[in-house]
Design a protein around this ligand. Structure first.
Ligand code: SAH
Length: 392
């Protein structure tokens, strides 16, 4: 283990320090493996191969993540299996809910101390998990809280899947008010840029959409991968022939502004990124979702609505406007409602289907772009200090 420079826990405990480990990928986990690889792994432990299916049924079918609760396993096997196939990947540090229990945010500590968040959102007909694909994010969008942190590291396949399995268990327990007791959708709109962690995200999508007990059995159409527009990775995604929904975070229809709001635009321009999105739609027959955070006096002018309307007219695309969530210290704010309504009106007039995203989770900083575990930790250092390594 490598110890990085120490940082104080809190101003009122100046002598106490947290030692942080260098970011590192976690140990292997059942959810990293397909069923054949699980059989090989249990055989290597000296266990009968049927154990692979037994473990998979517990994990993916019943959302049991802890071998000690798998009471049909011999006690000796449980320890071996825990050590080799079910290491703890995610430790919940804080859970918060709002919207009368319909939105719940979980802050997780990973094995190396990195922090990520997931949000569970219940609706009358569905339950959606918003999951993280990276700790932090390297895309540096200036209006996004995670973008301000920089990238800590990619998550492993199992770290992504385990968020979903945990949240599937929460949904199944029936605590999500007014919703069916079943996780039905996963959106990669938590922390990180999913296409910058491409192979692991694709593998996670496969695990989430393979029928139980090998996987979680969600429909590919109910998985949304959201991207800043990494064109080569979008093209690779087209070639996978998956039918997941693609969301493109456009935020501006012109290169001048998009270069600033989504810095990766300096590399792949609006025209190129839209081409890739339209090709994805043509290949899959699935409408792409164009995400557009409306920022007061920045990207909400009528002429920008008209330009966006011209770019999307006649395409298999719809616009999802997101009222900006101002992040701490941000100079930007959401557009006033009349401006938002005019923006919508112009897009509709151009024949472009448009929705305005609901503002779930705002009270608990669980809404779009607010997931920034680093900042949350500063505010709640006690929770972290409790199980960080503390030296006096
Ligand atoms: N990296 C991926 C997933 C990020 S989060 C992507 O950029 O698509 C999902 C969405 O929330 C993105 O469209 C992102 O631009 C948006 N978002 C980020 N910060 C926001 C904020 N402060 N207010 C509103 N939307 C925000």
């Amino acid at each position: 283990m490598t110890i990085l420079p120490v940082i104080p826990i809190s101003p009122d405990k100046p002598d106490a320090v947290i030692t942080r480990r260098r970011p590192s990928m976690p140990p292997r986990h059942l959810a990293d493996l397909d069923l054949d690889a699980r059989k090989a792994a249990v055989a290597a432990l000296g266990e009968p191969t049927f154990r692979a299916k037994q473990l998979s049924t517990h994990y993916f079918g019943r959302f049991v993540r802890d071998a000690s609760a798998m009471t049909d396993l011999p006690a000796a096997s449980r320890d071996r299996i825990t050590a080799d196939l079910l290491p703890t990947l995610l430790t919940p540090i804080r859970e918060q809910d709002c919207d009368d229990g319909a939105t719940r945010k979980t802050l997780w500590k990973l094995h190396d101390g990195a922090l990520v968040e997931s949000v569970l959102m219940g609706y009358s007909n569905r339950v959606t998990a918003c999951v993280s694909s990276q700790a932090g994010c390297g895309m540096a969008c200036p209006f996004c809280a995670t973008g301000q942190q920089g990238l800590t590291r990619n998550l492993s396949v199992a770290e992504i899947v385990d968020q979903c399995v945990y949240l599937a268990g929460v949904a199944a327990s029936g605590v999500v008010t007014g919703s069916p007791p079943r996780l039905s959708r996963v959106v990669f709109m938590g922390m990180g840029e999913p296409l910058a962690n491409y192979p692991r995200v694709i593998e996670a999508v496969r695990r989430l959409t393979t029928p139980a007990p090998e996987g979680l059995g969600l429909s590919q159409r109910h998985i949304t991968v959201s991207t800043v527009g990494l064109v080569p990775a979008m093209r690779r995604l087209i070639a996978e022939q998956l039918s997941v929904t693609l969301a493109l975070s456009l935020h501006a229809p012109d290169d001048d502004l998009r270069d600033e709001l989504v810095p990766v635009n300096q590399r792949w321009k609006v025209a190129e990124v839209l081409d890739a999105a339209f090709d994805y739609a043509a290949q899959t027959g699935r409408r792409v979702s164009i995400e557009y955070a409306l920022i007061r006096d920045v990207n909400d002018q009528p002429w920008r609505a008209d330009l966006l309307g011209r770019l999307l007219h006649g395409k298999l695309a719809h616009v999802n406007l997101i009222p900006l969530n101002p992040t701490p210290g941000s100079k930007w704010d959401a557009s006033p409602k009349p401006v938002e309504r005019e923006f919508v009106r112009r897009l509709l007039a151009a024949g472009v289907e448009t929705t305005v995203r609901d503002t779930r989770g705002r009270e608990i900083d669980g809404a779009c772009g607010q997931l920034a575990a680093g900042e949350l930790t500063q505010a709640g250092a006690d929770g972290v200090a409790a199980d960080a390594e503390v030296a006096q």
